[in-house]
Write a protein that binds this ligand. Structure first.
Ligand code: AMP
Ligand code: GLY
Length: 420
């Protein structure tokens, strides 16, 4: 069969690499892909937000299954668009994708179905928001309602900071803002919980913890993710039961009452407070770098799982995982998440020989004349599977040290909560 993966990051390289191991695959396309995907798939230079062009390509090349990696095309309705032409697409539709596209949609769902989440208020203008902020407890959390790629969330310690957040959001820093969301600050430890769903059956797709801050010790600015490890140290049977019964199932029930269903990966960003889960946010896709961290642990054929989701037969598939620990370190361009240089040559990446427990997934790279260049903020993901997290991290570090690229940096303390 022929399969097309939409996206160009580390998550998509991990998907392409895992899919390429399936015996049922004849050809893989990655739209648009990166230097890493070009080794195992045919990269297709198309704008993923131009659905008509994507459709033409899929149609002309007789693609059997499309897998959508990132949130933007999902929130914009790529699944609904392609399904109109009877194309098999793995990913949630436009209504279900509001779980990520609109924080207010999700908060209202939480309210209606008693899903545990931080207490919140929604404000349509600066005056009402500020009036509320004069009598509120600090710290609090102020969020833009838009898709803001991890930005657009302020943790405020006082009135001055929160007024500034409200001003910036309504000034349009994250796109046109009709509302702001003001939330109670939850104190606990974060965990990413994943499921895969065919619209009827759901199955767990593992857990992870990621490190979003740019500096050691989880300090500094927020990024797309500097590293992750799987499984989360917080998960246990009791907690998993609560996540499913108090959060995931009521959410899917809520979507059903809106006349829709959820097909795809669903990522619940949770705050765990004394073994109780609270929903911070939903993402309607795999996490990045959680996907790169989790997929190497998968023992079952991923294509079999994805096809089962598209034909509502997920109940028939047994998803198996290795018991090993997985740890991922993201190598970034110096300067990220602010400005950084682009088009910097990475010398020896093609000569890396990796054993079956070590993986390199590209993110912001491109290939030109057989040379690989760093083009993005997050450039490479190094992953290792091992019996313990310390050994996994040591192996990742040894691997990174072999790389001939001095334009990059990485956090050396990924996984410190499970190692130190
Ligand atoms: P979000 O984009 O909603 O996931 O928020 C980004 C990050 O802000 C989260 O990963 C948390 O670290 C933090 N955050 C968001 N909401 C809260 C909250 N209510 N309490 C504490 N931290 C939060
Ligand atoms: N790792 C965070 C995200 O994918 O949104």
């Amino acid at each position: 069969m022929k399969i097309a993966i939409i996206g160009s990051g580390g998550r998509e390289h991990a998907l392409v690499a895992t899919i390429s191991k399936s015996s049922t695959i004849n050809e893989i396309f990655c739209i648009p892909g990166n230097a890493g995907t070009s080794k195992i798939a045919t990269n297709v230079e198309l704008d993923i937000n131009e659905f008509d062009k994507v459709h033409n390509f899929i149609n002309e090349n007789y693609v059997d299954l499309v897998v959508v990696g990132p949130e933007q095309p999902l929130v914009n309705g790529i699944v609904d668009y392609l399904e109109k032409f009877n194309i098999n697409v793995f990913g949630p539709n436009k209504i279900a994708s509001q779980l990520e596209g609109s924080k207010i949609f999700t908060k209202k769902l939480c309210q209606e179905y008693n899903i545990p989440t931080a207490n919140f208020g929604i404000f349509e203008n600066r005056i009402d928001a500020k009036k509320f902020l004069e009598n509120t407890k600090y710290p609090n959390v102020i969020k833009a309602d838009n898709l803001a790629a991890g930005k657009g969330v302020y943790i405020c310690n006082n009135e001055q900071e929160s007024f500034k957040a409200v001003e910036e959001i309504f000034d349009g820093k994250f796109g046109e803002a009709k509302n702001v969301l003001i939330e109670e600050f939850l104190k606990g430890e974060e965990m990413s919980y994943f499921i895969i769903s065919d619209g009827t059956t759901i199955k767990s797709f593992e857990t992870a913890q990621d490190h979003k801050r740019v500096l050691e010790g989880d300090n500094g600015k927020n990024t797309g993710g500097m590293g992750a490890y799987s499984p989360s140290r917080l998960i246990n049977d009791d907690l998993e039961d609560k996540i499913l019964s108090k959060i995931i199932k009521p959410t899917l029930h809520g979507l059903a009452n809106l006349g829709t269903e959820y097909k795809g990966f669903l990522y619940a960003g949770l705050m765990i407070v004394e073994n109780e889960p609270y929903l911070i946010e939903y993402n309607v896709r795999m996490g990045d770098p959680e996907c790169q961290t989790i997929l190497p642990k998968l023992k079952t054929d991923l294509v079999e799982i994805l096809e089962a989701c598209c034909s509502k037969k997920l109940a028939d598939v047994n998803i198996e995982w290795t018991n090993k620990k997985s740890l991922c370190v993201v190598l970034c361009s110096k300067g990220y998440p602010d400005t950084y240089q682009k088009n910097i040559l990475i010398n020896n990446l093609q000569n890396f020989i990796l054993d079956e427990n070590n993986f390199i997934f590209h993110a912001g790279t491109k290939k030109e004349n057989d040379k690989i260049y760093a083009t993005g903020g997050r450039v490479l993901n190094f992953i290792s599977l091992s019996d313990n997290f310390l050994q996994a991290r040591n192996e990742v570090h040894q691997c990174i040290k072999k790389l001939d690229w001095n334009g990059g940096f990485y956090r050396t303390d990924i996984g410190f909560k499970v190692i130190d």
